[in-house]
Design a protein around this ligand. Sequence first.
Ligand code: PGA
Length: 256
Amino acid sequence: MRKFLIAGNWKMNAGPVEAKNLAGEINSWAKDNSFKSEVVICPPYVSIPFVAKEFRSTECKVGAQNVHNQDNGAYTGEISTSMLKELECEFVIVGHSERREYFEESDELISKKTLKSLTDGLKPIVCVGEKLDERKSNSHKKVVKYQVEAALNGVSAKQAENLVIAYEPVWAIGTGETATPEQAQEMHHFIRSLLEEKWNKGVSDSVRILYGGSMKPGNAKELLSQPDVDGGLIGGASLDSGSFTEIISISESISK
Ligand code: PGA
C-alpha cells in the first residue's frame, strides 16, 4: 500500500516572514485534523528553517527545491545534501522542469543529484514530463521514458525505497491546464512499467508517483483517485493554506 504524498512546491515565493505565517496556518490545520497522508512543503532555501521550526509540533515535513551533487567546496551559490539534512529536510525536488528549462539542468546532472540525494539519505522527488509540442507530436511517452531512465541511472532497487517520481507535464504547470485523469493515469502506469522493467514488480509497486501541474481542490479528487496517482506536487495552490489543506483532506477521503 502506497501512502499518499502531498507536496507543496513554493518555488521562489514566501521569504522567511511569509513562510513562517503560511507554515503556521498549515500547522494549525494539522494540529486540528488527523491525516494519514504524508505532507511536505518545499520552501525556498532561506525559508526552510522557519518552516521546519513550525512543523516540529506536527507530522508535516520540510523539503528543498534543489540540491548540488558535491559534498562541499568551491561551488558558489550551491547547497549540499548535508546542509539540507542539518535543516531537517527529508525530501528534495530534483530536475523540476523550471530547473531543466531556465537553468539548463541536463538529464546527466539530474541523475547525479538523484543518486547523491539517495546515497546521503534524502528522498528525491524526481520530476519528469513532456512539453506541449512533444505531447502534440505524440512523443510524450518517449520523452518521459528517456527522462526516467536517465534520472535513475545507477540507482539500486534498495535505494528506490526512498525514491519519489513526479509526473509534471510542462504544459500543465502554472497554466491552469491540467492533464485529464485519464492522461495522468496512462502516464503514471507507463512510468510504473518502466520501474518494473528496471527493477521488479515489488519495487515498482512501492515507488510513489505524484502528479503535478495545476492540481487544485477542484480537480484533486479525480486525479488522486486514479490507481497509479500517489499524491501531488502542488505549486500555485500550495501558496494558499486553505487550498493546500483541502487537497490533503481530499486525499484522506480516497481509499484505494
Ligand atoms: P503548479 O506547479 O501547481 O502551479 O502548476 C506545479 C509544479 O511546478 O511543481
